[in-house]
Design a protein around this ligand. Structure first.
Ligand code: NOJ
Ligand code: CA
Length: 596
């Protein structure tokens, strides 16, 4: 018997599972289509960006009690796991991705008691919680760094990466940085520190010094903080830029070629796998966890090195091939449907039964799902295309991740000037590129409107009231999108035809059929420019998914003489039910899930 993790009758199955440890014979699990069944493979994950989810005390900043107050909304959507972006004490140079104290809750978000209440509320609803583990770097206000910078012989000196600069009388402070690494957030990745006249490495902001994972004490301290949260009952971690923890020996200069994609080099230090295996052994293995790493700098071909379940490192990674199809470096570029299909086919080919995938097209570092991958030219097309993309995310192969608000079809924000932005990446690049005349302000802003991270960080749109129901205070930390007048949760939860209600049905369908989780994936028509047609198959369970990924209607003949059988879910009202046919008349952005 395969234990369904997210049962329709939780009480009965809870009783069964409580008995299980005593009853279960020690044997290897029954494979499903060659895969070892796991709760995190069957889960639909929902990402909460706490700052922007729900404010509960009127200060304009989302907080933990706010999230707790919205757990019913998430449970009704049908998601199983919440990924909480950083909730730790932080001076917020990068909205919490710069941690000052790993064992403390950010004061603006509440207290540890609020965290415990949130976790209890999640568990009560049979959901799980994973938290963000940001351990490539800390805040410069973390006490380890405060100590480290005081003296070369401080016991914490080697917690970070300090190097001598290259003497240059013409340079500020008399030194050039130790090497030519650029920071992800513009400028050099090295910062001179006057106290000891050395530089420290920060691949991100100046206030995010990189930890030195080659120091065993750093690893011990990280594993200990992981155990602290696991002992509280969290179910795992999303690991921020985790492949960067092992640096290149000697930190040599990047060549001009490597400079085009520095993260690829930074990510493949020689000890990466050793450290992750140690983490797995010493911190994770005693618990039943889910881990998902941000696969910065790792090619698909090399992914199995980090996620193959026989290697005992991570369960899954986020690979950026799909989400960044629309990018050339920092610049927006148009993409085609066959390019998207090629990514998913490549994944199916590269990852075998030991390597589980993720499916996502948005998060807090990317613009809104429907603005980037759908069609916002009319409200009707926005709704249809948002539903079509949810159909795709929830029927592809891998654990799906939904970013907050995308289940409502929220869109990018109509940013006007650089002052409308909060994001350190956007602001630093403005200083580095616009203020120095490398790019015009107009060109920079036009690109930022399409690619900027703040698009996804505007507050959740709960109602059509003041501040979209996000805060009862006068002002939200980031301006809410004025289109909450029409796009908001209050309207959508009450409306059977909304993006929310449709997403709810698509999630339920995924949960009801193992073929949508463990089934094989076949792209029926990889080069078709307008139609994405694929099957998910597991024994007798056979699904055909047909997406008209375009604003034009069309008649489509399913290849190979295959017939669309029973219609299980569609994103448009059915006019004339097309079943048991090989020809389908599809309206713009129409999506259908059939048996076949
Ligand atoms: C990736 C995170 O997702 C992003 O938001 C952050 O700025 C960087 N890592 C640095 O922590
Ligand atoms: Ca608040």
């Amino acid at each position: 018997m395969i234990l369904k993790l997210f049962p329709k009758r939780p009480i009965l199955l809870l009783a069964v599972s409580l008995l299980l440890p005593a009853l279960a014979p020690a044997q290897s699990p029954t494979l499903v289509n060659g895969y070892e069944p796991k709760w995190w493979k069957e889960a639909v994950v929902y990402q909460v960006y706490p700052r922007s989810f729900q404010d509960s005390n009127g200060d304009g900043i989302g907080d933990l009690p706010g999230i707790t107050s919205r757990l019913d909304y998430l449970q009704k959507l049908g998601i199983n796991v919440i990924w909480l972006s950083p909730h730790y004490d932080s001076p917020n140079a990068d909205n919490g991705y710069d941690i000052r104290d790993y064992r403390k809750v950010m004061a603006e978000f509440g207290t540890m008691a609020d965290f415990d209440r949130l976790l209890a509320g999640i568990k009560q609803r049979h959901m799980r919680l994973i938290i963000d583990l940001v351990v490539n770097h800390t805040s410069d206000e973390h006490h380890w760094f405060a100590e480290s910078r005081t003296a070369k012989d401080n016991p914490y000196r080697d917690y970070y990466i300090w190097r001598e600069g290259k003497p240059n009388p013409a340079a500020p402070n008399g030194f050039d940085p130790p090497n030519n690494y650029p920071s992800f957030f513009s400028g050099s990745a090295w910062q001179f520190d006057p106290a000891t006249k050395q530089f420290y490495l920060h691949l991100f902001a100046v206030k995010q010094p990189d930890l030195n994972w080659d120091n065993p004490k750093v690893r011990e301290d990280v594993f200990s903080l992981m155990r602290f949260w696991l002992d509280k009952g969290v179910d795992g971690f999303r690991m921020d830029v985790i492949p960067l923890i092992s640096k290149q020996p000697g930190l040599p200069d990047l060549t001009p070629e490597q400079m085009k994609n520095p993260s690829a080099l930074w990510a493949n230090g020689p000890h990466r796998d050793e450290y992750l295996q140690q983490m797995n052994r010493e911190a994770l293995s005693p618990y039943d966890t889910m881990t998902v790493g941000e696969a910065i700098g790792i090619d698909l071909a090399k992914e199995p090195n980090i996620i193959d379940d026989r290697r005992h490192e991570l369960n899954m990674v986020f690979n950026f091939d799909a989400v960044r199809l629309n990018r050339d470096g920092r610049m927006w570029k148009d993409f085609t449907l066959p390019e998207i299909k090629a990514v998913y086919s490549a994944h199916a080919a590269a990852l075998d039964k030991h390597s589980w995938d993720t499916v996502f097209l948005s998060n807090h570092d990317n613009p809104r799902l429907v603005s980037s991958f759908g069609d916002t030219s009319t409200n009707e097309f926005r709704i249809r295309s948002a539903k079509l993309i949810e159909t795709m995310l929830l029927t592809l192969r891998g654990t799906p991740f939904i970013y907050q608000g995308d289940e409502l079809g929220m869109t990018n924000y109509p940013f006007k000037t650089i002052e409308d932005f909060d994001d350190i990446e956007a602001k630093n690049a403005w200083k580095a590129d616009v203020l120095t005349g490398k790019i015009t302000a107009e060109a920079y802003l036009a690109n930022l409107r399409r690619t900027g991270r703040d698009n996804s960080r505007t507050p959740m749109q709960w109602t059509n009231g003041p501040n979209c129901g996000f805060t009862a205070g006068a002002k939200a930390w980031l301006q809410p999108n004025p289109n909450c007048e029409t796009i908001n949760a209050a309207e959508e939860t009450a409306n059977h035809d909304s993006v929310y209600s449709y997403t709810q049905r698509a999630i339920a369908l995924r949960h009801a059929h193992q073929a949508l989780v463990y089934g094989d994936y076949t792209d029926l028509d990889p080069t078709h420019p307008q139609i994405y047609a694929y099957t998910r198959t597991l024994g007798n369970e056979r699904f055909l998914i047909v997406l008209n990924y375009s604003s034009n209607p069309t008649t489509y003949t399913v290849p190979g003489g295959l017939k669309a059988g029973k219609l299980l879910l569609g994103n448009l009202p059915v006019l004339l039910k097309e079943e048991n046919v090989g020809n389908l008349k599809l309206r713009p952005w129409e999506s259908r899930i059939y048996t076949y």
